[in-house]
Ligand binder design. Structure first.
Ligand code: P6P
Length: 330
């Protein structure tokens, strides 16, 4: 179960990420040091991607790459660049036996002696890159199930969200933040570029039990199922604010801080929902639950879903516990 098997070690705001990971390492489930190194590798790749995003307009790397990913979505140059950066960092780190990525059709096999599996969306919301809207990296970490020294198999990569040992996101916004959990609460680190360090700025993040913000693309309202329409009507009657950035990590992060619900339901264009279970929904579901929130597919807990495909899509309801509960019981 992706429950807190760890004791929380409170460290002061201003602690850098390396020190935080080191001090908490003893508390990590399966504390072996490899998970610590893996988190550092992801954080490092995030620094490189952050620099490329900030320079994109000047370095001529915005815009479309000229190919589609396995989802049939037009890849942006920075999608491809981010995928390369994270894959290289994980390959070099040696802790990972395999990666599943939004940008790769099949499993990426790395070190046969690696203990961990990564599921990653290297750069979510990439259609917003050229208009300077916040975007993000989303990741999950699982322990391999198969024998050391072998190639990862589908049993390794198709694990339910409850098996995650860690999850996080990097938000490339007005400031860049690294937010993650290892099952002992959620902590947020703000990137200080002049130091090249992530600094603890949001300790033990908790999402308000209720909120007044709902995030959904109401342009698809006519194709929503009746219970989704019913919930949106309730939000409108209550005078809640509609806030939808079109970038999942940005919408999720705001709702985590202020309270609210993000919904990407089944629509006519996306009958199973648009978001991917393995490298978007499970990751944010783990963080939401660790922060006291909730995540469902509109009925059942996201992290209970037994995956059947690498790029499986699911409807996604995530955020304040009371809001997600109500929306999922209609
Ligand atoms: P729509 C971005 O493509 C994304 O995966 C999420 O970041 C975002 O919340 C959603 O899709 C936006 O999708 O259909 O509302 O444009």
């Amino acid at each position: 179960m992706a429950k807190a098997e760890n004791s929380r070690i409170a460290l002061p705001v201003g602690t850098n990420l390396d020190r935080f990971i080191m001090k908490n390492q003893e508390a990590f489930a399966y504390a072996t040091g490899e998970l610590s190194q893996l988190l550092r590798d992801l954080a490092y790749a995030g620094k490189v991607v952050n620099r490329e995003i900030n320079m994109a307009g000047l370095a001529g790397i915005t815009g479309a790459y000229g190919a589609e990913n396995v989802q049939g979505e037009e890849q942006q140059n920075l999608d491809v660049a981010a995928n390369i950066r994270f894959s290289r960092a994980l390959k070099k780190g040696g802790e990972v036996v395999a990666v599943i990525s939004e940008e790769e059709e099949d499993i990426i096999h790395l070190n046969p002696h690696g203990k961990y599996i990564i599921a990653i969306d290297p750069l979510d919301g990439s259609s917003n890159i050229d208009v300077n809207v916040s975007i993000g990296t989303i990741f999950s970490i699982y322990r391999r199930k198969s024998e050391d020294g072998t190639q990862a198999d589908m049993q390794d990569v198709l694990q339910p969200g409850n098996e995650q040992v860690a999850a996080g996101y990097i938000l490339y916004g007005s400031s860049t933040m690294f937010v993650f959990t290892t099952g002992a609460g959620v902590n947020g680190f703000t990137y200080e570029p002049s130091l090249g360090e992530y600094i603890l700025s949001h300790q033990d993040m908790t999402i308000p039990a209720n909120g007044k913000i709902y995030s959904v693309n109401e342009g698809s309202y006519n194709s929503f199922q009746p219970e989704v329409k019913e919930y949106i009507e309730k939000c409108r009657e209550r005078g809640h604010s509609a806030r939808y950035i079109g970038s999942l990590v940005a919408d999720f992060h705001r709702n985590l801080l202020k309270g609210g619900i993000y919904i990407y339901p089944a629509t006519a264009k996306a009958p199973k929902g648009k978001l991917r279970l393995m490298y978007e929904c499970n990751c944010l579901a783990f963080i939401a639950e660790q922060a006291g929130g909730m995540a469902t597919d509109g009925k059942n807990s996201i992290m209970d879903i037994i995956p059947t495909e690498l790029h499986q899509r699911v409807p996604f309801f995530v955020g304040s516990k009371e809001m997600v509960e109500e929306a999922s019981q209609l």
